[in-house]
Design a protein around this ligand. Structure first.
Ligand SMILES: Cc1ncc(COP(=O)(O)O)c(C=O)c1O
Length: 394
C-alpha cells in the first residue's frame, strides 16, 4: 500500500489483474463475476475481442494528433452516433463530467445569444452529473457539493418525476433556457420516472423554447435495452451526453446535439486537447458496431426479464425489500435499511455489486451476459440479501 495517493477513494482491499468477458481475476488467481462493469463502463465485457483488436491496431498506428487537424475516426464515430440517435452533431471530450460541461456551456450560449441575462438550467433533486465545479453544482446531492462553495450559479432545482414543479418554474422564471435530466436517476438510486415523463418534458421545453438536455452517461449505450434510453419515449432531445460505456473502458465523453442546438458551439467556444483522439474514437466506434452487429440490445431485454423475474421470485417473501426497480440491465433493489456492507458480503461470494443512495443495491451486469451467468448473479444476490448482516466484516 502506498501513502502517495490522494485519499479521494475508499477502495476495497482487492485489486484485479486480469479480466475476460464477465469475469475478473485478483492477484491470487481468484475469479469474480462482475455485475457492476466498473459502474456501467465495461458493458461489452472485459477484453472484448473486437474492442481489444481496435485498440491494438490503432495504438500501433496513431494515438493522437490534436484537433488542429481533422481526425477521420472522430468523423466516423460522429456519423455513427448520429445515425443511431437521429441527432445532428457531436463534440467529444474525455469523461462524463466533460460531456456535461459542454452541454452546460452550450445552454448558456443559447440563452446569452437570445439576450437572456444570467440564463438558468433546471436540474433535478438526487441527480448526479459529475465532480467538476459546474457539474457538481448541477448535481442534486449536498454530499457532493459540501465544502466546495461558492457553487456555480445558474441552476434551478426541481423534484425528479414531478411535472407540476417544472410547470411552476416555467410560469415564474423567464431566465430558464434548458432542462438537464437523467432519463433514470442512476447514482440517485435507480429511480425510473413514470411513463410519459420525458415526452411531457419535451412538450414543456418546446412550449417555452428551452433545450431538453438528457444526461445518458449511465443509461446510454444499450444499458436500458435500447441504444439510448430516450428511445423508449418516442422523443428526440436537443442535447444528449454520453461517456462510460461508449469506450468500454477507454476514456471518452460525447455531447450530442440536434436541431437548434447543433450549431450553437462555434470555433473558439469550446475545446479539449485529448477529446476525440483517434484511439478513443476508433475504440468507441468498435463498441457501437459490436452492439448493433451482435444484437446486444436484444440480449439486454431477454436477460433483464430473466434477472428481474428471478429476483422478484426469490425475494418475494423478504421483508427487507422496499422495491425492485429497473430499466433494462440498470437495476436497483431498495432495502428498508442502509445496506452498504452487502458489497463486502457479495465480494466474499466472488460477486461484484455496488450500493448507491445508501439503501439501493445496484446491479449493472455486462450486456453480453448469458442465461447461466444471469442465474448465478440472481442466486448470489438473493443469498446475500437473505443472509444480510448490516455489521458484516469479512
Ligand atoms: C448520470 C451521470 N452523469 C455524469 C457522470 C460523471 O461521469 P464521469 O465520472 O465520467 O465524469 C456520471 C458518473 O457516474 C453519471 O452517472
Amino acid at each position: 500500500m502506498t501513502k502517495h495517493l490522494v485519499s479521494a477513494y475508499q477502495s476495497l482491499p482487492i485489486s484485479f489483474v486480469k479480466g475476460d468477458g464477465v469475469y475478473l481475476w485478483d492477484q491470487n488467481g481468484e475469479q469474480y463475476l462482475d455485475a457492476l462493469c466498473g459502474i456501467s463502463v465495461t458493458s461489452l465485457g472485459h477484453n472484448n475481442p473486437v474492442v481489444t483488436r481496435a485498440i491494438q491496431e490503432q495504438a500501433a498506428t496513431l494515438i493522437h494528433t490534436s484537433n488542429l487537424y481533422s481526425i477521420e475516426w472522430q468523423q466516423k464515430l460522429a456519423d455513427k452516433i448520429c445515425s443511431l440517435s437521429l441527432m445532428d452533431k457531436v463534440f467529444f471530450g474525455n469523461s462524463g463530467a466533460e460531456a456535461n460541461e459542454a452541454a452546460i456551456k452550450l445552454a448558456r450560449l443559447y440563452g446569452n445569444r437570445q439576450g437572456i441575462k444570467d440564463p438558468q438550467i433546471v436540474v433535478m433533486e438526487h441527480s448526479f452529473h459529475g465532480r467538476t465545479m459546474a457539474t457538481l453544482s448541477a448535481t442534486g446531492s449536498r454530499k457532493v457539493q459540501a465544502g466546495f462553495e461558492p457553487l456555480v450559479s445558474g441552476f434551478v432545482r426541481a423534484p425528479f418525476n414531478n411535472l407540476e414543479s417544472i410547470e411552476a418554474i416555467a410560469e415564474n422564471n423567464n431566465k430558464v433556457v434548458a432542462i438537464l435530466v437523467e432519463p433514470v436517476l442512476g447514482e440517485g438510486g435507480i429511480i425510473v420516472p413514470d411513463p410519459g415523463y420525458l415526452a411531457k418534458l419535451r412538450e414543456i421545453c418546446d412550449h417555452n423554447n428551452w433545450l431538453l438536455m438528457l444526461d445518458e452517461i449511465q443509461t446510454g449505450i444499450a444499458r436500458s435495452g435500447k441504444m439510448f434510453a430516450f428511445q423508449h419515449s418516442n422523443i428526440t432531445p436537443d442535447v444528449m451526453t454520453l461517456a462510460k460505456a461508449l469506450g468500454n473502458g477507454m476514456p471518452i465523453g460525447a455531447c450530442v446535439t440536434y436541431g437548434k442546438a447543433a450549431d450553437i458551439i462555434q470555433p473558439g467556444n469550446h475545446g479539449s486537447t485529448f477529446g476525440g483522439n483517434p484511439l478513443a474514437c476508433r475504440t468507441a466506434l468498435s463498441v457501437l458496431e459490436t452492439i448493433v452487429d451482435q444484437d446486444i440490445t436484444g440480449n439486454v431485454v431477454a436477460r433483464s426479464k430473466q434477472l428481474i423475474d428471478l429476483l422478484q421470485q426469490g425475494l418475494r417473501e423478504n421483508s427487507q425489500i422496499k422495491q425492485i426497480r429497473h430499466l433494462g440491465l440498470l437495476i436497483g433493489i431498495e432495502l428498508n435499511q442502509n445496506c452498504q456492507t452487502i458489497v463486502k458480503q457479495a465480494l466474499d461470494q466472488h460477486l461484484l455489486i455496488n450500493v448507491t443512495a445508501e439503501k439501493v443495491i445496484r446491479l449493472l451486469p455486462p450486456l453480453i451476459i448469458d442465461e447461466q451467468q444471469t442465474a448465478e448473479i440472481a442466486e448470489k444476490v438473493i443469498h446475500c440479501i437473505t443472509t444480510f448482516q448490516p455489521d458484516y466484516i469479512s
